[in-house]
Design a protein around this ligand. Structure first.
Ligand code: GZL
Length: 308
């Protein structure tokens, strides 16, 4: 059951402007900047005050930001938790201060789940399944071993853990598909290129597929593949997640095969959830994003419709 909160002293009738503290991970990817823009725009549209903190990919900065929001007595805290663990103490402090916490874009693992009100974000296991299902379909007329290298997202983050889980869950029934190398590139283009260079040095032409937990790492890896004299999307299939602009551009250029969408435009849902949480209303434990899969064949047609 969603945690219910005592109605705070203020009420909408008093017309008090909602004050929200937003502890963002940083600006590691195109997805993240689109997510930040969506939250800021939705807060402005709602007439709410948004106190924004960019943690530069450090959990301790997010914890500091949350403590500062508590000290400032904000009405609601929105947290995009960099990693799943390490939140028990600070979320207990928020609960003690009767400030609802809304998780967005990543989930947490805590002993007392009543310390957070709702998670607004995607089903990352399903995103991993969709990546594997696309690969199975795309290679169904081939035989022999399919060697996969995997660029994982931030170590210990919810999307990295679950995209790996979903991908492996589907492939375990197909033993000819083998993940021969798997390493984190922290969701960034720069690291994606660096780690893919290492994979290519170690495995070279043995690599048939790249599965990247986000498009930014895939785009970095594409540069490494080209610099190694290989053709991305042909010599090595390139699978990404997020469906950001960069992925559509790569697919239209024939350098990427597919991107599994992960919707960053969570601002409107977050503002609605924040107002309800501040008013002590019941909320679902998970407000799930709606999203699809975009293979290169549809990229050019879809591109004009994209909003991030
Ligand atoms: C997903 C989000 C992930 C994106 C990455 O909800 O947490 O973090 O897939 C981003 O691009 O860095």
């Amino acid at each position: 059951l969603a945690a219910t909160w005592a109605t705070p002293a203020w009420s909408q009738a008093a017309g008090k402007k909602l004050v929200i503290g937003f502890a963002q991970t940083g600006a590691e990817s195109e997805w993240r900047t689109a997510n930040t823009d969506s939250v800021k725009a939705a807060a402005q549209a709602a007439g709410y005050e948004l106190k924004f903190s960019d943690a530069q990919q450090k959990q301790e900065n997010q914890i500091k930001a949350i403590r500062s929001f508590i000290a400032q007595k904000v009405d609601v805290i929105i947290l995009a938790p960099l990693v799943t663990t390490g939140w028990d103490t600070v979320l207990k402090e928020a609960k003690a201060a009767k400030i609802p916490v809304i998780l967005e874009s990543r989930n947490v693992v805590v002993k007392d789940p009543s310390t957070w009100t709702t998670f607004v974000g995607s089903d990352f296991v399903e995103e991993g399944r969709r990546a594997a299902q696309w690969l199975l379909g795309h290679t169904k007329n081939t035989t022999g071993t399919v060697n996969i290298v995997e660029l994982q997202g931030t170590v210990g983050s919810d999307p990295a853990i679950e995209r790996k889980k979903g991908f492996e869950e589907v492939l375990k029934a197909h033993p000819r598909y083998k993940i021969i190398r798997s390493q984190t590139a922290d969701f960034t283009r720069a690291k994606g290129k660096e780690v893919m260079e290492a994979f290519l040095k170690a495995e070279g032409k043995k690599i048939n597929v790249l599965y990247a937990h986000n498009d930014d790492m895939a785009i970095g890896a594409i540069q490494a593949i080209e610099e190694a004299g290989l053709k991305p999307a042909k010599d090595i299939l390139v699978i990404g997640v997020d469906a950001v602009k960069g992925a559509f551009e790569a697919m239209i250029a024939g350098k990427m095969n597919v991107s599994v969408e992960c919707n960053p435009l969570l601002g409107p849902q977050l503002m609605e959830a924040a107002a309800k949480a501040a008013a002590g209303q019941q909320l679902p434990r998970w407000i799930k994003s709606i999203e699809g899969v975009f293979p290169a064949e549809v990229a050019a047609k879809e591109f004009p419709n994209r909003k991030y």
